[in-house]
Design a binder for this molecule. Sequence first.
Ligand code: IVH
Length: 686
Amino acid sequence: MTSRSGTNERRIQALRDLIAYHNHRYYDLDQPEITDVEYDALVDELQRLEREHPLDGPKESVIEQVGGQVSPEMGIVSFSPPVLSLNNVHNLDELKEFYLRVAQGLGEQSPHFTGELKIDGLSVVIRYQKGRMVQAATRGDGLRGEDVTANVERIRPIPSMLSQPVSMEIRGEVYMSRSAFVALNARRKEEGKAVFANPRNAAAGSLRQLDPEVTASRELSAFFYQIRRIEPQDAAVAHITTQYRTLEFFRELSLPVEEHFRYCETLDDIDDYVREWENQRDSLDYDTDGLVIKLNDLATQVRLGETQKAPRWAVAYKFPPEEVLTEVVGIEISVGRTGVLTPTAILKPVLVAGTTVSRASLHNEDILREKDVRVGDFVFIRKAGEIIPEVVRVEKTLRPDNTTPFQFPSQCPACGSTVVRLPQEAAYRCTGGMACSAQLREAVIHFASRDAMDIEGLGEKTVDLLLEAGRVKRVDDIYRLKEDDLLALSRFGRLSAAKLVQSIERSKSQPLHRLIFALGMRFVGQRVAFVLAERYRTMKALEEASYEDLVSIPDVGERIANSVRTFLSEPLNQEVIQSLKKMGVNMNHLETTLAGEERAEDKVLEGQSIVVTGTFHVMPRKNLESWIAELGGRVVSSVSSRTDLVLAGEKPGSKLQKAQTMNVPIVFEQEFFERMAKEGLTPPTG
Ligand code: IVH
């Protein structure tokens, strides 16, 4: 029987794990998965449960841990006192509670406050000695941060030398402006590099760099807001007695300060400040996620003190997630690889949380109907998880008179075939199959993609040209392409045509699981493709497998078995498979290939450029590198945007950090050997 307290305990544990996980994504990886509001909701629930059901065991909840881990690559700076976080409120009532709590804590005195914008960047602590910057650190876990002095010195708006020779430790926020973020991402996109999700991640990724040159090349800025410590003898700093004066003093020292701070004498003043900025923050060129309300008098701050995590004298008023109004100028239907029709709202471009948004998925007909989005409507757009734009709702009061509900087409917009909606599915599907140009396009792109047949050089643009020229009507046509066919297309010269023909030829020896995946059967992803290849070993055996046999495989359910059978009994698909076989495409699973021949499948790392870092247990690094080369991989010494993989052992070097910031996939030793074992490959001994 599950007891009530058992349920609570489990929930508390689950919340702690979840929050620790999201802390790690946010602070360590700079890759948040949930919005601040969602995060705060988890923390609120955990706080409530921990209060109501105190558990035995470690007293320190994850909530008390204010930040993330520090990277072992960078020098470590210890903080005293700890670098605290803030408690959050989400509405004016909660803000009033904070105000009353402070007033009560102070007895008869009525408190005065300073309001500031809360910049969405990352906290830094800087030490100045006699006016010179001597150390800068990230917040890390609040007790220890990363030494980023060399990087901060290269951030232009942060003075290395103050205009007065003061000695103090201060705190502020490093951020990237929206315009710098947009420009940086545009540049990265052009260079084929991963783009940053938002300005905060871009700032964090740019500051937490081992190479200060990288930081210098990114346009970072900062605002400062707190004196953490002063040298006792520093009279110039000692006479600063309020938060308001602190900010003015910073300005005098030529330290950048967010200029919209305000002295608030009463609760009404605070409310006004909140209301004003809730509407105005879009006009700024930097992201703000709230306001910070601080008790103005510094000596009174000390009287109130702090908890382990946050001061009692300040609070963060968090803004609701940003929603922006824009006009729907069209609704477009796109057709995916499996024929699914997806409606997308085409929007008048608008800036949402730092990026320009001009499209938002409407997912399917049900959602489109429920939201009743029409061309001509004004809609609120929000970034789901701060990343993917979505339509929140239509502003019906602004609807023009002449709009009509959107009619889902009964014919495919790409090929004109009938569109059907299968029972129990929200999606409409085009019945045109390979005869549908849109499906064919997606199918060919998928077939050639990196995880499928990995045909380098056969990307979207080339596929479009081949389809337009009528050179590819089914996926097997890829193997009929000659250099001359490619030369007839606008983007090819002799060299590139020869290269593509070569990589098409090479792809013929891909192992069976890749081919199964490449064929694009519904519900057959990479993992299921591998399971099928393991089980049947040849394409022929898979073609002959019955539905009963398929469902008897542990990882294969009815849905997958049905899909595989339907696909393989379709005459057109059978024809394609036969034709692939005739043209020499491998139909065998890994070690089923004839013994004695060099097994092309062994080249599982073919064409991949791999960086190896750290020390390894299974074999010395040198031997490991030779093995990678035997498997077709290219071992390179430094991480760049062209690196496919970083293989990390123990005590990995700065390369690991670089890979993280550049979004290059990373595998650790154990996982790498497991992956190889799955391919039937074990490292050579001796
Ligand atoms: S005061 C003890 N003021 O918000 C002082 N923080 O969610 C606590 N932040 O970790 C911080 N702008 O990184 C303060 N004007 C501001 C701020 C600010 C941004 C950040 C800071 C803090 C986080 C708390």
